[in-house]
Every structure is written in C-alpha cells, then in structure tokens.
Design a binder for this molecule. Structure first.
Ligand code: HEC
Length: 135
C-alpha cells in the first residue's frame, strides 16, 4: 500500500484532468462504458465502492444494495439523499469509513475500513460517493 501514497489519488492527476465543470458533466452522463473518461480518483473510487460497498449501499448509492432486503437495521446510508449528504463533511465521511459507522456514534452496521484502505483510497471513494448527489 505504501506506493499508492506517492501516486496519490487526486493531486498528481489534477494537471492532466479536465477542468472541474467538464469532469462533472462527464460523471453524470457516464455509464460503465464511459468509466475510462473519468478522472483517475473517480474511476478508482467507483471501482472500490462497487466492489466493497455496493452490496449494502447499492451501485447507485441509494442504500438499496443486495443486502437491503435482509432487514439491515438501520438501512445502509442513502448517499443520494441531499439533506443527509449536506450533514456529511468530508472529514466526517472519512471517519465513518475508516472507523465504521460506530466511529461516528452510529450503529456498528457499517464495518470499519481503515485497515483495508489507505487514505487515498478512502478519498477516492468519498469523491465517488459525492457524485451520487451530483456534487
Ligand atoms: C454490510 C453492509 C455494509 C457495507 C458492506 C458497507 N456499509 Fe456503509 N453503512 C451500512 C449501514 C447499515 C450504514 C448505516 C449505519 C447507521 O446509520 O448506523 C452505513 C453507513 C455508512 C456511512 C454513513 C455513516 C454516517 O455517519 O451516517 C458511510 C459514509 C458509509 N456507510 C460508507 C461505506 C463505504 C465507503 C463502504 C465500502 C468501503 C461501506 N460503507 C460498506 C452498511 C454497509
């Protein structure tokens, strides 16, 4: 994992990627076949999220992943809920992901991911999660 730190998630790429506005427009229009066009951090964030988180949170981030029907209580957070997302600063989201939902005073239903992912990977996932509300 150490090498990942050097390559960074968003910063080293920022010169090469498109201006924010264009990148954002691309995201909302992007289907899977367009993933190659995503900036690196979003592509990586999406890949990790779909692999590790979507089973509960859903690929569209609305909290209705495969486990939704199994009566998880509380339900997985809905990242398409703008009101909820407004309450989630990047710092809070980082803590919730690395320490799990229990780390931010909630249930222990969202596992702690801090030993699975490094800081950059978590930031990539946060960037991807932000795309669910179009921000
Ligand atoms: C086993 C199912 C499950 C998996 C897998 C899972 N989550 Fe969760 N997640 C939940 C549940 C359930 C909640 C709601 C917890 C609560 O409100 O007490 C939650 C809440 C959250 C929250 C919001 C915490 C808050 O402050 O309300 C974030 C952020 C989050 N998950 C991120 C992730 C990320 C990123 C991944 C993948 C690396 C992931 N989750 C994988 C079930 C899961």
């Amino acid at each position: 994992m150490a090498g990942v730190f050097i390559s960074g998630c968003s910063k080293p790429q920022s010169k090469k990627t498109k201006p924010e506005a264009t990148a954002a427009a691309d995201q909302s229009a992007a289907g899977d076949e367009n993933d190659d066009k995503l900036p690196y951090n979003l592509r990586e964030g999406k890949r990790l999220f779909n692999h590790y988180c979507a089973i509960c949170h859903g690929e569209s981030g609305d909290g209705t992943g495969q486990y939704y029907g199994y009566g998880l209580s509380p339900s997985p957070a809905n990242f398409t809920d703008k009101a909820f997302m407004k309450t989630m600063s990047d710092e809070l989201m980082f803590k919730a992901i690395s320490e799990g939902s229990a780390g931010v005073g909630k249930s222990n239903m969202c596992p702690p991911w801090g030993k699975t992912f490094d800081k950059d990977e978590i930031e990539c996932m946060i960037a991807h999660i932000r795309t669910f509300t179009g921000k």
